[in-house]
Design a protein around this ligand. Structure first.
Ligand SMILES: N[C@@H](CCC(=O)N[C@@H](CS)C(=O)NCC(=O)O)C(=O)O
Length: 216
């Protein structure tokens, strides 16, 4: 979320309270305009801000959103959206060990190209625009864990892949230093190494996968 969301409601719980809770939990700062007079409400109505002539209304990311459930889903969907993008990037890497030598060469270029021209620029901009430590709001979420995992995977293919992404370099350092993550990154943890021949052979044997996977 780039600018602070602005909440339009009464100075009380009502239907807005769950939205306040979710924003607070996500670490998103917000502003509020409390409705005290009929004039304020009429102004919103006449300005076309209230689709069903009802509040809660939340100005967020350039939209005027109404319907509590839709507002709640939108905030939660941010995390999902970033995780989805990261997932797509990881998809290019996941099948890499099962490719033919020739396809591996092609896929290597695809991974670096997709990371640097499609996915990393998005996260770089998100972090730069809101200036906070994490992707969504100011709280550590699945979106951050997933992105760090993807960054490390791409770096295994090209170690200086973050050279044009200062925000992501700082992000990587920040997330890697969170104690639980730090521990997981240390030798001897349950983190698995880069897939090796033994792993590939085992998967092929168990799944009877006697063919080369095609690059996507
Ligand atoms: N389904 C809507 C209901 C919103 C709603 O009932 N808002 C009330 C205030 S809590 C309202 O604006 N009522 C004015 C009206 O319906 O004319 C939501 O969840 O946001």
């Amino acid at each position: 979320m780039s600018a602070k969301p602005k909440l339009y409601y009464f100075d009380g719980r009502g239907k807005m309270e769950s939205i306040r809770w979710l924003l607070a939990a996500a670490g998103v700062e917000f502003e509020e305009e409390f409705l005290e007079t009929r004039d304020q409400y009429e102004k919103l109505l006449q300005g076309g801000s209230l689709l069903f002539q009802q509040v809660p209304m939340v100005e967020i990311d350039g939209m005027k959103m109404v319907q509590t459930r839709a507002i709640l889903s939108y905030i939660a969907a941010k995390i999902d959206m970033y995780v989805g993008g990261t997932d797509d990037l990881m998809g290019f890497i996941l099948m890499f060990p099962f490719l033919s030598a020739e396809d591996k060469e092609k896929q290597h270029a695809v991974i670096v190209q997709k990371a640097t021209s499609r996915y990393f620029p998005v996260y770089e901009k998100v972090l730069k625009d809101h200036g906070q430590d994490f992707l969504v709001g100011n709280n550590f979420s699945w979106a951050d864990v997933h992105l760090l995992e993807a960054i490390l995977m791409v770096e295994e293919k090209k170690s200086d892949v973050l050279s044009g992404f200062p925000q992501l370099q700082a992000f990587k350092a920040r997330i890697s230093s969170i104690p639980a993550i730090k521990k997981f990154l240390e030798p001897g943890s349950k983190r698995k190494p880069v897939p090796d021949d033994k792993y590939v052979e085992t998967v092929r044997r168990v799944l009877r996968m006697y063919y080369d996977v095609k690059a996507n």
